[in-house]
Design a protein around this ligand. Structure first.
Ligand SMILES: [Ca+2]
Ligand SMILES: [Ca+2]
Length: 154
């Protein structure tokens, strides 16, 4: 959305004695153009999965819609590479499928939660885009054998 601010000034030209009375006000208007229909994409997508899911597990399918194209789903999804330098996740460019490419371990604070950014694009020649943050949280499963301390009787 474009925003324009300008100042309107009103002068009282009929005032008999100088100085002329002047009043001013700042006016801001928002200009809506045809290309300001924002792409519909949830900006924050939270995914909860059990820890230790196998690689290639499909976590979710992100879908963005374009109000300027009859709300058709977009067909170009890209991970912002710098937000996932170790390639923990794989994004299918055409479908928006997100797959797991790492081990997520609830017991390890470093791998318990991970996030990255994904950008969805409209078609060329003048693609518009929208960004979403994908947050993946591993939930605890009972994957550790319990350790019992031995009871010693005397
Ligand atoms: Ca674990
Ligand atoms: Ca566990």
């Amino acid at each position: 959305m474009a925003e324009v601010t300008f100042t309107v000034e009103a002068s009282d030209l009929k005032a008999e004695d100088p100085p002329i009375q002047v009043g001013s006000a700042s006016v801001t208007i928002n200009i809506l153009s045809e290309t300001d229909n924002l792409i519909r994409l949830d900006p924050r997508i939270l995914i909860r999965i059990p820890e230790e899911e196998p690689l290639n597990t499909v976590l979710t399918t992100v879908v963005a819609y374009d109000p300027e194209n009859n709300n058709q789903p977009l067909r170009d999804y890209r991970k912002v590479a710098s937000t996932d330098p170790n390639n923990y996740f794989i994004v299918d460019q055409e479908t928006g499928n997100i797959r797991l490419n790492t081990r997520m371990d609830y017991e390890d604070p470093v791998t318990r939660q991970r996030s990255f950014q994904l950008e969805a694009f409209t078609e060329p020649p003048n693609p518009r885009s929208a960004m979403a943050t994908i947050i993946v949280i591993a939930e605890d499963i009972n994957d550790h054998s319990p350790v019992f301390s031995r009871e010693v009787r005397s």
